[in-house]
Design a protein around this ligand. Structure first.
Ligand code: NDP
Length: 272
């Protein structure tokens, strides 16, 4: 029997993870099965434990279970600890290991696939939720000149800054961004999921080279439309991040890092 993996979330019907991991397995000659499980709000933990009992080797975790997966684990990576969330689990020697590859997946997409190294750049990240938590450590390690977090709820942003306590990390209210310029702006809010635009002051994207939208498959979101209107040279959505975090998990489980370019191209929907 081949090794078993699965993604668990709620709802799970739109997940692309089985397709992505299936393509990785095929391309790297790995024999594995990868399924999708609709998580239950009352029995998520039991579902994970049963999957492991039945021979599962690892799982991807998506909304809304990342925090519960983190809590269920016996060991957690530094990235997962900072994010207080797990997006991947590995079952090994009777233990549950937790990782969070969302941030490193986002960083790889920006630096490797889009060719925009963060070193010495001015980066603005919108939001202070789970995705930002996961991204902060890899982003700061990439050496930006400054990393500014803007969020409506400043208490959340303040907690993040205090936890990291890094000299190049600043937090800001949206209105305080007026008159500032950034090379790379990442929309890591969930505003696009409801067709909304974070309350960015006009002109804040005027010096921006790359506008990155974490949501994917939605075409030009209000944020990307704003970027286009302000003449931002390059726009991207989160499909590359999705594939890159999957590649990190695949490498963690299988010891082989799959090629991602072809898979990203296959899943990309034009932004226009
Ligand atoms: P969370 O629910 O943890 O955080 C949501 C964040 O969005 C909060 O900071 C919230 O601000 C902010 N927000 C929501 N609505 C608005 C609005 N109208 N204006 C301004 N800010 C708003 O979500 P996640 O961090 O988990 O996910 C964020 C986004 O990233 C989602 O679109 C998700 O789909 C995407 N994502 C993409 C991945 C990929 O692989 N491409 C992986 C993970 C996430 P406040 O605190 O002020 O309420």
């Amino acid at each position: 029997m081949s090794d078993r993996y699965a993604v668990i979330g709620r709802p799970i019907n739109h997940t692309k993870s089985p397709l992505i991991h299936g393509l990785f397995a095929e391309a790297s000659g790995q024999a594995l099965e990868y399924g999708a499980i609709e998580g239950g709000l009352d029995d998520f933990e039991t579902q994970v434990l049963h999957f492991r009992r039945d021979g599962g080797r690892g799982m991807n975790i998506t909304a809304p279970f990342k925090l519960r997966a983190f809590e269920l684990a016996d060991r957690r990576s530094e990235r997962a600890q900072l994010a207080r969330a797990a997006n991947a689990l590995k079952f090994e020697d009777g233990r549950i290991l937790a990782e969070n590859f969302d941030g490193i997946g986002l960083l790889r997409d920006i630096e490797e696939n889009l060719g925009e190294p963060l070193r010495d750049t001015r980066v603005l990240m919108l939001g202070a939720g789970g995705a930002v938590r996961g991204a902060l450590l890899p982003f700061l390690q990439a050496g930006p000149r400054e990393l500014v977090i803007a969020n409506r709820d400043m208490a959340k942003a303040l907690t993040l800054r205090n936890e990291l306590n890094h000299p190049r990390l600043r937090i800001s209210r949206y209105e305080e961004l007026e008159g500032l310029g950034f090379d790379i702006v990442v929309n890591a809010t969930s505003a696009s999921l409801t067709g909304e635009l974070p309350p960015l002051p006009k002109g804040v994207l005027a010096e921006t080279r790359l506008a990155y939208e974490l949501a994917y498959g939605k075409g030009l979101t209000p944020f990307l439309r704003m970027a286009k209107a302000q003449g931002v040279a390059r726009m991207a959505d989160g499909v590359g991040m999705l594939v890159e975090q999957a590649a990190e998990a695949f490498a963690w489980w299988r010891g082989v890092r799959p090629e991602t370019r072809g898979v990203i191209d296959r899943l990309t929907i034009a932004l226009e």
